[in-house]
Design a protein around this ligand. Structure first.
Ligand code: SF4
Ligand code: SF4
Ligand code: SF4
Length: 330
């Protein structure tokens, strides 16, 4: 048992995560060909616009559909579908917490691959100042609130406006880059258009094209650029404290060397600065555990599932990974 643990703690988790992301991407986009269906309430962007080849669906899609109901319909039975979907989403999320972002989400993986390409091309990336970062990260909560309010406004009259038109059925999907990008991996280009059938659709799909362009440019300049604005991430964080997978920190072992912060693709400062909190998962964390492998202090950062340590910072592991980095010229 000690040997297995030693092997895991000394491993290069980032390389393993890269392989896992490729597998998860293939499964989510093409798994349907093998009749695999994981769930229609996944806490990650497995876009339903990919068509029948997909093996799962992002929870934001059914959520928007289900919120399109009046209070009477909710009480009359349609509410059961909404609650069932939510419970499945919650159970899946509680199991793996925000690791859905770091290990499974196709949009997250695409951004990581763009980052790799940028670094191969030798193009530098930029960081946000703390103030800008703290300001921008609030946008995802605003988007989540809009997604809920607009879809609720279809089933329920808004004072002074009335009910919103059917074009607001899935407003977030219309602007989400997953809708335009993921079907491309299946050879489907039909989402890469602006829909002129109504003014609302024209504006929403036009915005969708603009967001897709920004997704690419942003990912080239900042690591995980889009994730900072993602409403799914906002939904995750609301329930993160209940999850079984946790990233814990023992502040008494931290020397504030900053290695973890420099390794973190989403620039979470608290991972290095906060020596008080035990639970160190913040709203933008994607549970990639790069911080854990970059930490040189024994048992300072610890990944636990159901209370059991599954990966942790060790001095030995840190020096092994340093050796590999020097050998590979990273
Ligand atoms: S935050 Fe990023 S990785 Fe997580 S669901 Fe959103 S796009 Fe995917
Ligand atoms: S790498 Fe470890 S010791 Fe250094 S600041 Fe981060 S948590 Fe503290
Ligand atoms: S804090 Fe750690 S686990 Fe979270 S995103 Fe940053 S490096 Fe990854």
């Amino acid at each position: 048992m000690r040997r297995i643990r030693g092997f895991i703690y000394n491993s290069d988790i980032n390389r393993f995560r890269t392989y896992f992301q490729v597998l998860a991407f293939g499964l989510l986009i093409y798994g349907g060909y093998l009749a695999i269906d994981i769930s229609t309430n996944l806490p990650t962007f497995a876009c339903p616009f990919v068509g029948n080849s997909r093996a799962g669906t992002c929870y934001l899609y059914p959520l928007q559909h289900q919120l399109n109901m009046s209070f009477t319909q909710f009480m009359g039975g349609r509410g059961v579908a909404l609650l069932t979907g939510f419970v499945i989403f919650l159970l899946l999320f509680i199991l793996f917490n925000k690791a859905w972002c770091g290990w499974v989400c196709p949009l997250g993986s695409i951004q990581d691959w763009i980052t790799r390409l940028r670094s191969r091309l030798g193009i530098r990336y930029s960081n946000y100042s703390e103030r800008t970062f703290n300001g921008l990260k609030k946008i995802k909560y605003i988007l989540l609130a809009l997604l809920i309010l607009l879809t609720l406004g279809m089933g329920n009259a808004i004072p002074g406006i009335g009910r919103l038109p059917e074009d607001f059925m899935t407003p977030y999907c219309m602007v989400c880059p997953a809708r335009t990008l993921l079907p491309l991996f299946n050879g489907d280009i039909k989402e890469l258009i602006i829909d002129f059938s109504s003014k609302t659709k024209m504006v929403l799909t036009g915005l969708g094209m603009a967001v897709t362009g920004t997704f690419f440019v942003g990912a080239f300049v900042k690591k995980r650029f889009f994730c900072l604005f993602c409403p799914m991430s906002a939904l995750h964080y609301t329930f993160s404290r209940m999850a079984l997978l946790r990233l814990l920190k023992d502040g008494s072992r931290c020397t504030k060397c900053g290695n973890c912060y420099r390794a973190c693709d989403v620039g979470i400062r608290e991972i290095a600065d906060d020596v008080i909190s035990k639970n160190i998962v913040r709203d933008d964390c994607m549970m990639c555990f790069k911080c854990v492998s970059a930490c040189p202090e024994e048992r300072c950062l610890d990944v636990r599932f159901l209370g059991l340590s599954i990966y942790r910072s060790t001095e030995n592991g840190f020096f092994k990974r340093m050796e590999w980095k020097v050998r590979d010229g990273d």
